[in-house]
Ligand binder design. Structure first.
Ligand code: SF4
Length: 145
């Protein structure tokens, strides 16, 4: 991938949107991994976010899902639901990540985030949360309002 032609990578990611920028980042990240990390994908947030196109959300996803280390993926569902529950009081992704890292048991943090995403799709749906059917209703600050 580090030696790929930009147009070839663009063809691969065309359906994702922003394909030109993404293709450039993919090639740049592959070159960075090869040049600076001996061809090994880094297993920590600092090194991962030094690569083109890799933000904290992607870095945490890689650290948690690939390397099975503690991670908090601050996606839109996690940010919305943890604010509703009352675990955090900020919409800033980095602050949500760092606040949750302080309170979640490290071994549970990655699964917790995936569960919040599923919960946000199935039950705590934006603009029409199904509070009557919610298994964490008793712990949710918003359900009391
Ligand atoms: S009780 Fe309602 S607002 Fe709270 S997490 Fe459940 S569905 Fe969301």
């Amino acid at each position: 991938m580090s030696k790929a032609e930009l147009s070839d990578v663009e063809d691969l990611v065309h359906s994702c949107g922003f394909y030109h920028a993404k293709a450039k980042d993919i090639i740049g990240a592959a070159q960075g991994i090869l040049d600076r990390f001996n061809g090994e994908v880094p297993d920590n947030i600092e090194d991962l976010t030094s690569l083109p196109g890799v933000g904290r959300k992607t870095a945490n996803l890689i650290v948690g899902d690939i390397f099975k280390k503690p991670a908090v993926v601050a996606d839109t569902h996690l940010i919305r639901i943890t604010n509703l529950i009352g675990l955090v009081e900020t919409k800033d992704p980095k602050k949500v990540e760092l606040e949750l890292k302080k309170i979640l048991p490290p071994d549970e943090s990655n699964d917790f985030c995936h569960r919040m995403v599923l919960h946000g799709r199935a039950v705590c749906i934006a603009r029409r949360p199904q509070c009557d059917n919610c298994c964490i209703r008793d712990y949710c600050k918003s359900s009391k309002n």
